[in-house]
Design a binder for this molecule. Structure first.
Ligand code: ZN
Ligand code: ZN
Length: 263
C-alpha cells in the first residue's frame, strides 16, 4: 500500500491523503480540499484516482470532490448519515464496510462519531496498520465538537475504538496541529518529558515533512489518551474542583476538551 500525504498549505492546515495499490496504480483520495493539488499529485506518481473518501461533511474535507470527480469520474464514499449534506455521494458507508482499492488495498470503515455525528475513520490492517482519522484524533490532540459534534461521543470513540487499535498503528489525521497540541499536553502535564522533546522536534520541522506518529506514541503524549494520569487529573482539579479526587475518564476527557476550546 502506498500512502502519500499532501499538505494543503491553507490556514486550517489540512492534510489530504492518496492511498494507492502499488500493483495497479489505482488510488483513493481522502478528504480532497484542493482538487488541482490532488490531481497533480496523482498524475506525478502515475496513479488513477478511483475513489474519494470524505471522513465527514465539513467543507474543508469535501470542497475538492467536484473537481476530482469531473477529472477522474471517481466514486464518492462517505458516512451514510453525512451523504445528504455532502451531496453526490455514490456509496453511503457503515461500520465494518470494506473498501477495496486495486488488488492489494483493503480499508475497514470505522464509525467514529464525536467531532460530528456522522464521521468515519479508515483502518488499513497488516504488519504496519494505518488509521486515517479525519478530525477525531489529531497528533497529540482531539477534534473539536463545535460544529455538530458531542464530546461524550468523542470520548466513547477514543476509548472504545481508537485506543484499542495496535500501538504500531500509524496515525494520519485531517489537520496538522502537532506543535499546538503538544503545547496543550504540556500545559496539562508539565512533567511529560517525551511531549517536551516532541514539541522541540515539531517546532524544528515544517508541515510538509512533519513526522507520522503511531498510536503508541499518542498514548504517551496526547492528553486525550492520558485520562488516568495523576498529573493531568491534579491540574484539572485546580480548574474544576467539582470533579473530585477520582473523576471518571469520561469526565476528564470532556473537561480537557472544554479547556482546549478556549486555550
Ligand atoms: Zn471537521
Ligand atoms: Zn477539518
Amino acid at each position: 500500500m502506498l500512502i502519500e500525504r499532501l499538505w494543503a498549505a491553507n490556514s486550517l492546515r489540512n492534510f489530504h491523503y492518496l492511498i494507492a495499490c502499488r500493483e495497479t496504480g489505482e488510488a483513493l483520495i481522502v478528504d480532497p480540499l484542493n482538487a488541482d493539488q490532488c490531481l497533480a499529485a496523482a498524475r506525478t506518481r502515475g496513479l488513477s484516482i478511483r475513489f474519494i473518501l470524505n471522513t465527514h461533511e465539513h467543507r474543508d474535507h469535501t470542497d475538492g470532490n467536484a473537481g476530482v470527480v469531473a477529472a477522474t469520474h471517481s466514486k464518492v464514499l462517505a458516512h451514510a448519515g453525512a451523504a445528504s449534506v455532502i451531496g453526490g455521494v455514490d456509496r453511503g458507508l457503515s461500520r465494518g464496510d470494506i473498501i477495496q482499492v486495486g488488488r492489494t488495498v483493503e480499508l475497514e470503515v470505522l464509525d467514529t462519531p464525536g467531532h460530528t455525528r456522522s464521521h468515519v475513520c479508515l483502518l488499513a490492517h497488516g504488519d504496519s496498520p494505518a488509521l486515517f482519522c479525519g478530525d477525531t484524533l489529531f497528533n497529540a490532540g482531539a477534534g473539536n465538537c463545535h460544529n455538530g459534534g458531542d464530546p461524550g461521543l468523542l470520548y466513547e470513540t477514543f476509548v472504545n475504538q481508537l485506543a484499542k487499535l495496535p500501538d504500531t498503528t500509524r496515525v494520519y489525521p485531517g489537520h496538522e496541529y502537532m506543535a499546538r497540541n503538544l503545547a496543550f499536553t504540556l500545559d496539562r502535564e508539565p512533567g511529560n518529558a517525551e511531549a517536551a522533546r516532541a514539541l522541540e522536534a515539531a517546532k524544528a520541522t515544517t508541515p510538509e515533512v512533519a513526522r507520522v506518529t503511531t498510536l503508541g506514541e499518542e498514548k504517551r503524549v496526547n492528553a486525550f489518551l492520558r485520562l488516568q494520569n495523576p498529573e493531568v487529573i491534579a491540574r484539572l482539579r485546580e480548574r474544576f474542583p467539582e470533579i473530585g479526587e477520582k473523576p471518571d475518564a469520561r469526565t476528564v476527557f470532556v473537561k480537557l476538551r472544554e479547556l482546549r476550546n478556549s486555550w
